[in-house]
Every structure is written in structure tokens, then in C-alpha cells.
Design a protein around this ligand. Structure first.
Ligand code: ATP
Length: 295
């Protein structure tokens, strides 16, 4: 993978669109003091994911946006695009389908940065990994800023580790190792959370089981009560049936007695009528004979 072009707009002193071709071999940038040579190197580090405003010689990251001059107004957006030739197909797998890879970073005042690879939105980490796999990046020892040569010579063994890792091509592996460790930590946290959720479900299951037991008991008791109520109603019905039969028998006996007494009653009534007629013809008006018989 080779760097082929750096394009920037609104970045530091590059207010209008500027493009720098990076050819094979050595590319030199010459110009008077303050023309923006260091700004170009910073643009290169910035598009590779630099996150320290201080190392961009600013107080905050928004300071990379063109701040305006006496004749030009301030800009609100800065964008840097780095074009990579990937015809040797050495990019990491997820970006290795294209011959040309365009990595871009845009910053809007007050809104932070947006990273893209071939127009698709990606995380800063994806961009850092893409370059780390090529043993380069915003913090790579292969990018030396002004005044850093002395620092490199005086570097402690620990600081030289980065230079050796870049040279041996293992810095990408280190970054991936770090990424894997972070993922592992996140997975462990997820596992702990899942365990908590599981414990919660187990407690809920216990409570539901006990509720099911109570519900079954209730259902059983309700069925027993219903059976007993039905049996009671059957007994009451049988008792009423017996009483009805006894009452009907009594009515039958009384009816029979009435039937027996009926001819007597008729003969008494005839006798009474005859006596009344006899009394009337004899002129006797006894009140007891008008009303009925005395025993
Ligand atoms: P030297 O050769 O002295 O190191 P140089 O060519 O590396 O200089 P740079 O340091 O890249 O120059 O550029 C500095 C210029 O960039 C200054 O003129 C400064 O005003 C301008 N500059 C830096 N940040 C911004 C910004 N946010 N907006 C506008 N101009 C900026």
C-alpha cells in the first residue's frame, strides 16, 4: 500500500482546496517559513486519526479549522483526504477489495470528527488499524516533526520500542492485541451482565413455580367444592322428592276421606232442607233450623 495523494480543504492555512501528489521515491516540499509545510505533515497525521490537539499545535481540535485572516472569513469545516494505492492488495481484509482506498476525516466546528473509508463512515479505530497494519500511523516514528529528531536520539528504551515495532512490522499486531483485549473485557462484562439477568430469571422462575403450585391447589379445591355442592343439591332434591311423595299420599288419604264423607253430607243437607220446609209449614221459625243443625 502506497500513499499517492493528500488533499485538504479548510485545514489550517489551506483554506481553498489543495492537493499534494506523493510519487514513488522521495517527495520534497519546499517553501518559505510559515507557508504551511508542517501543516501538510500534520494533515497527514490528522487524517490517520491523531486525537491530540496539542500535537496539532492547537488548544483544541477545532483549531485545525481555518481561523480566517484579515481578508478571508473563518471556515466551519476542515477536511483532509489521503489516497492510498492498494493495487498490491495489502490492506486489511475488510478494505482489501479496492485498488484505491480513500481515507478521509472531516471536522465541523463544535461537532467533532467524522471518519470515512471510500465514502463509508467508520470508527477512528478502524482507520488507526488500517495504518497500524502497514506499520504506520499518526504516532508512527516514521513521521518526524520539526524538533523531534533530537527527542528520538535521546529517547528512553521504552520509547524506542515504538520505533522497533514499526520497523519489525508488529505495531499493527500490538494495536490488534489491544483491540482484542478491549473486546475480551467487553465480552467479560457482557457475560457478567448475562449472569445477572440469568439469576434474575431463576428468581422469577421460582416465584412463578410457587404461583403455579398455588393455582393448581386452588383449581383442585374449587373442583372439590363444586362436586360437594352438586352432591348436596342431589341429597336436598331427593329429600324434597320424598316429602312431596309423602304430602301427595296424605292428600290422597284426605281426598278419600272427603269422598267417603260426601254422601253423608248430602243426606244431612237434604234432611235440613226437609226440616226447614216442615218448620215453615208448621209456622215454627227457629233460628237454629235456619242456620243449620245443632248437635
Ligand atoms: P517553518 O518553515 O517556519 O517551519 P512552515 O512552512 O512549516 O514554517 P507551518 O508551521 O506549517 O509553516 O504553518 C504555519 C502557518 O499556518 C502560520 O502562518 C499560521 O498562521 C498558519 N495557521 C496555522 N493554523 C491555522 C489556522 N487554524 N487557520 C489559519 N492559519 C493557520
Amino acid at each position: 500500500m502506497k500513499f499517492t495523494r493528500l488533499k485538504l480543504q479548510g485545514f489550517k492555512s489551506f483554506v481553498t482546496s489543495a492537493s499534494l501528489d506523493i510519487s514513488s521515491g522521495l517527495t520534497g516540499i519546499v517553501g518559505p517559513n510559515g507557508c504551511g509545510k508542517s501543516n501538510l505533515v500534520e494533515a497527514l497525521r490528522w487524517v490517520m486519526g491523531e486525537n491530540s490537539a496539542k500535537s496539532m499545535r492547537g488548544g483544541e481540535m477545532d483549531d485545525v479549522i481555518f481561523a480566517g485572516t484579515a481578508t478571508r472569513p473563518t471556515r466551519n469545516i476542515a477536511e483532509v483526504m489521503l489516497e492510498l494505492d492498494n493495487s498490491d492488495r495489502t490492506a486489511s481484509t475488510e478494505f482489501n477489495n479496492e485498488d484505491v482506498i480513500q481515507v478521509s476525516r472531516q471536522i465541523e466546528r463544535g461537532s467533532g470528527s467524522d471518519y470515512r473509508i471510500n465514502g463509508n463512515s467508520v470508527r477512528r479505530r478502524d482507520i488507526q488499524l488500517l495504518f497500524a497494519d502497514q506499520s504506520t500511523g499518526a504516532h508512527s516514528a516514521s513521521i518526524v516533526s520539526q524538533g523531534q529528531i533530537d527527542a528520538l536520539i535521546r529517547a528512553k528504551p521504552q520509547d524506542r520500542k515504538q520505533i522497533l515495532e514499526d520497523a519489525s512490522g508488529t505495531s499493527g499486531l500490538q494495536t490488534r492485541k489491544h483491540e482484542a483485549e478491549l473486546k475480551l473485557k467487553a465480552a467479560e462484562q457482557n457475560l457478567l451482565r448475562a449472569d445477572d439477568v440469568l439469576q434474575n430469571y431463576i428468581t422469577q422462575l421460582k416465584s412463578i413455580k410457587s404461583q403455579v403450585k398455588h393455582a393448581a391447589k386452588y383449581k383442585n379445591l374449587t373442583e372439590q367444592i363444586r362436586t360437594l355442592e352438586a352432591a348436596l343439591l342431589r341429597i336436598q332434591f331427593a329429600e324434597l322428592d320424598n316429602s312431596k311423595a309423602a304430602a301427595e299420599e296424605k292428600i290422597r288419604i284426605i281426598d278419600a276421606e272427603i269422598e267417603k264423607l260426601f254422601p253423608k253430607l248430602q243426606s244431612y243437607q237434604h234432611l235440613k232442607q226437609a226440616l226447614q220446609l216442615c218448620c215453615l209449614s208448621c209456622g215454627i221459625m227457629r233460628p237454629d233450623l235456619r242456620l243449620g243443625f245443632r248437635s
